[in-house]
Design a protein around this ligand. Structure first.
Ligand code: PRP
Length: 215
């Protein structure tokens, strides 16, 4: 029987924080550094195998069972259609989803509004809930550029420090929702490796009551 827990974590900022949090509960990956290009790190003592993947791919790895557990931002999770359990708010990687526009933009309600974003599903859902008809333009990054070159009127994106918006002359028009890192679990793994997963959750968030959401 497979003894190891496969944990998929989004590469980058979130991975650094996640590795620190895991270190605090005695799970350490000796060969992990922020700049390392190695994609799998193993802690034989605890039986945790850390798999570093692109943020957008974390829900896919977990849904398919290639990873039992995943740590990923709520932004990615909201955009993903993966069928997984969202178990805990890990309360790090905090930022927020916003609608932003050029500081001096004057809205023309007669004209169709164009929204640039990496998060097409989130943007669609948000504007639908507002009863607003918009045209969504899918981009893969640096969406702040879109209003500057006339590609879009507004953007839907995540904001952490606000530096990117500020340095590009954009302001927040509306806040959509807060975002933070979430622990997600493969549905079958919760049955077959339930004890180890529950234990991991307890140690990661000792003060938080577990609340499982079926996505
Ligand atoms: C994210 C986001 C913003 C930026 C916000 O981009 O899409 O561009 O961070 O952070 P700030 O408020 O602290 O400035 P990321 O760095 O992931 O790169 P990307 O634009 O290529 O997706």
């Amino acid at each position: 029987m497979e003894k190891y827990i496969n944990l998929a974590v989004a590469k980058g900022r979130l991975a650094d924080t996640a590795v620190k949090a895991l270190g605090g509960m005695g799970i350490s990956f000796d060969d992990y550094t922020s700049s390392s290009r190695k994609l799998i790190h193993i802690d034989h003592k605890s039986g945790v195998r850390l798999v570093l993947v692109k943020a957008d791919d974390v829900p896919t790895y977990v849904e398919q069972g290639a990873a039992d557990v995943g740590i990923v931002g709520k932004d990615t999770l909201m955009e993903s259609m993966a069928s997984v359990y969202e178990m805990m708010d890990l309360e790090f990687g905090k930022c927020k989803f916003v609608v932003a526009a050029l500081k001096d933009r004057v809205e023309n309600k007669q004209k169709k509004s164009y929204v640039a974003t990496k998060y097409v599903n989130v943007a669609k859902e948000f504007f639908k809930s507002k009863g607003k008809s918009v045209e969504i333009i899918k981009l893969n990054g640096s969406v702040e550029l879109a209003p500057l070159v006339g590609l879009a009127d507004t953007i839907v994106d995540i904001v952490e420090t606000g530096t990117t918006l500020k340095e590009n002359g954009l302001v927040i028009v509306e806040e959509i929702c807060p975002v933070s890192a979430r622990l997600i679990v493969n549905k079958a793994s919760l049955k077959t490796k339930g004890d180890i997963i529950e234990n991991m959750i307890q140690q990661l968030c000792p003060n938080q009551k577990e609340r499982k959401t079926d996505l």
